[in-house]
Design a protein around this ligand. Structure first.
Ligand code: FEO
Ligand code: CA
Ligand code: CA
Length: 605
């Protein structure tokens, strides 16, 4: 989701990350302007600096394809054009455009398709995704506005609302390799999960009255605004519900939002970001259907192998604007899930399963249903603590567990969390280092004495930390990996607004952007050396579009990444991906890019 929906709902007195950063820089005797040099002392890292001649030869990739060094490709210039560009050693193909039928026929429904057709086709808003066993892809379809769908900003019927609802959600499709690209195949596992698909709740809040509604009673439906993701060691996909608030509101102008709703950015009857769903679908009218909003903002588990398995909303992971849900095995095989809440001044969370996940499953327990949820508090001395979100925390002793899980932001306010600069994706790289993109924060509230360059963090940064006890402890050490405005190549600043991030286990960190880039150029895909923080630009995206989602196949000899909202839906800006698919369509469509090295080498090398 691009960043024009970044309101502030956090009115707590909790500390801002920028204040902590400033205090930290001051304590060390550095002025804020040299923060990049000051901060990069974590586990022996050196300053972020592009060095095109460097490429440590520690790539462990074996087999076909030459080893070109860790990030040995030719870094390309920024680009503002209507089509993607890629490093000269690489090639690109496009697959899975909006409206492609999920029956594997290779055909697409026409523009102006019906809701019934959209329920059987790839939707809009390609975002987080994961390819299981080089075969079954789960693809988030985060959002598609009325303009993308109809070429105008309003909806005019329930059928139109249903069509937009069907474009949201997740696609599960089986792929088969054809040369340097993939195509969707006919497969029993292919399915669409959308806003009207039956789902279920699990975990500590599952039976809560807060999740019962008038219209569907105990039978919840749907997932929406599916942003980033996670994947589990037991082979399931986790899709994350981010800006769900923008689909809710009321036709009733006298309806007012509760404090809990305001804390989730639902402020009044005119909410809805122009989707207009509650004008035709009472389910999204909060005056008529109380609690429906409480059913969104969760992490949802999907079984990619079983098309009949209902998506399950895992309440133990809390409810907020989940960007992603990054899973790592902690000490003693406990499952740890890191998750950012992407809104200005929101928090970073961690869930730790109660026990070894295999042992839990052997006893019929689900590791994402029993465990402890924490929220991060960053300290100026480079340490941090995870504050428990449960009635066991004395500050939350008067709250019930279901209230804490449904109103997780409010609980985290009380527990004492650090307000971050819009946490987006999280990844775990070599040496168990955790990386989180803080995309930007152009308007943190309060604190007028903050230095100007931190008060307006328009470019974002990438923070990293090392958790205690292999991710299951309650403390961590943190520092910066990169501060966007200080990462330069010979042409100047390389990127702004980092969003997608994925580290391979060979020392490369892939970074995708969503926001204003230097020179107002297109969003991009960069690759950094985890040790040196040297960056190179691998790919640039499409004018008006965002680069989202990362997954790989064939032992990282293929990478998939998405172009979301190319041209912002405007045919005058681009017809992407028609030039690549040669299908003559004029309206731009979200699609997935297949990236290969021409010499079949490791992606990123
Ligand atoms: Fe859906 Fe925060 O990006
Ligand atoms: Ca994002
Ligand atoms: Ca973003």
């Amino acid at each position: 989701m691009h960043d024009d929906h970044d309101e502030i709902s956090n009115e707590s007195g909790n500390k801002l990350f920028s204040d902590i950063v400033n205090a930290r820089a001051t304590r060390r005797g550095f002025v804020v302007g040299s923060l990049g040099a000051a901060a990069l002392t974590f586990v022996g890292a050196s300053q972020a600096q592009a060095n095109p001649n460097k490429g440590p030869n520690n790539n462990s990739g074996k087999g076909k394809g030459a080893d070109k060094g860790l990030i040995g490709f030719t870094s390309i210039p920024l680009n503002g054009g209507p089509y993607p560009t890629i490093a000269p050693e690489y090639a690109l193909a496009a697959i899975l455009p909006w409206r492609e039928k999920i029956d594997g026929s290779g055909e697409s429904y026409p523009y102006n398709l019906t809701s019934e057709q959209q329920e059987k086709a790839i939707g809009l808003g390609h975002d987080g995704m994961w390819l299981f066993n080089d075969e079954v892809l789960c693809l988030n379809l985060e959002y598609g506005t009325n303009y993308h769908m109809f070429g105008r900003n309003d909806v005019r019927s329930l059928e139109e609302v249903r069509t937009v609802q069907a474009a949201h959600g997740v696609a599960v499709v089986a792929l088969q390799r054809t040369g340097d690209t993939f195509k969707m195949k006919r497969d029993r596992r292919n399915r669409r999960i959308h806003v009207n698909t039956p789902v279920e709740f699990s975990g500590p809040a599952a039976g809560s009255d807060l999740l019962v509604t008038k219209i569907d009673n105990h039978n919840p439906k749907g997932t929406v605004n599916n942003c980033s993701m996670g994947h589990t060691p037991w082979g399931t996909y986790l899709t994350c519900e981010e800006n769900f608030d923008q689909y809710f509101g009321s036709k009733d102008k006298s309806w007012t939002a509760s404090d809990e709703q305001k804390r989730m950015s639902i402020s009044g009857p005119n909410e809805g970001a122009g989707y207009g769903w509650f004008d035709y679908d009472d389910r999204f009218d909060l005056a008529k259907n109380e609690n429906e909003d409480n059913r969104f903002g969760w992490v949802v588990e999907i079984d990619p192998q079983n098309p009949n398995a209902k998506p399950i909303k895992r309440t133990a992971l809390g409810r907020f604007k989940h960007e992603g849900a990054t899973v790592v095995e902690g000490i003693a095989k406990r499952i740890v899930v890191y998750s950012g809440d992407d809104e200005r001044n929101e928090y970073i969370y961690k869930f730790v399963s109660a026990q070894n996940w295999r042992a839990m499953m052997a006893r019929g327990k689900h590791p994402l249903d029993e465990g402890t949820l924490y929220v991060a508090e960053f300290k100026a001395d480079g340490t941090g603590v995870w504050n428990e979100l449960s009635p066991k925390n004395p500050k939350l002793a008067d709250k019930t567990m279901d209230w804490i899980l449904v109103n997780t932001r409010a609980a985290a306010d009380i527990a004492g969390a650090t307000k971050m600069d819009r946490p987006e994706w999280i990844t775990v790289g070599q040496n168990q280092e955790v990386f989180c993109t803080l995309t930007n924060n152009t308007n943190p509230v309060g604190h007028p004495d903050r230095p100007a360059n931190l008060a307006n963090n328009a470019d974002g940064h990438i923070v990293r930390w090392k958790d205690s006890r292999s991710h299951v402890g309650t403390s961590f050490e943190w520092d910066f990996f990169a501060i966007a405005k200080e990462v330069h190549d010979k042409d100047g600043q390389m990127f702004g607004s980092p969003d997608g991030i994925w580290a391979d286990m060979k020392g490369r960190v892939f970074v995708e952007t969503d926001g204003t880039q230097p020179g107002k150029n297109n969003d991009q895909l960069l690759v950094a050396d985890q040790k040196t923080a040297e960056f190179k630009r691998l790919m640039t995206g499409v004018r008006g579009g965002e680069v989202t989602g990362i997954t790989t196949a064939d032992n990282q000899r293929v990478m998939l990444a998405n172009i979301q909202h190319p041209g912002n839906g405007d045919p005058a800006v681009t017809d992407f991906p028609s030039a690549m698919l040669k299908d003559g369509q004029t309206v731009p469509r979200d699609a997935t890019l297949v990236i290969v090295r021409k010499d079949k080498g490791i992606i990123g090398s």
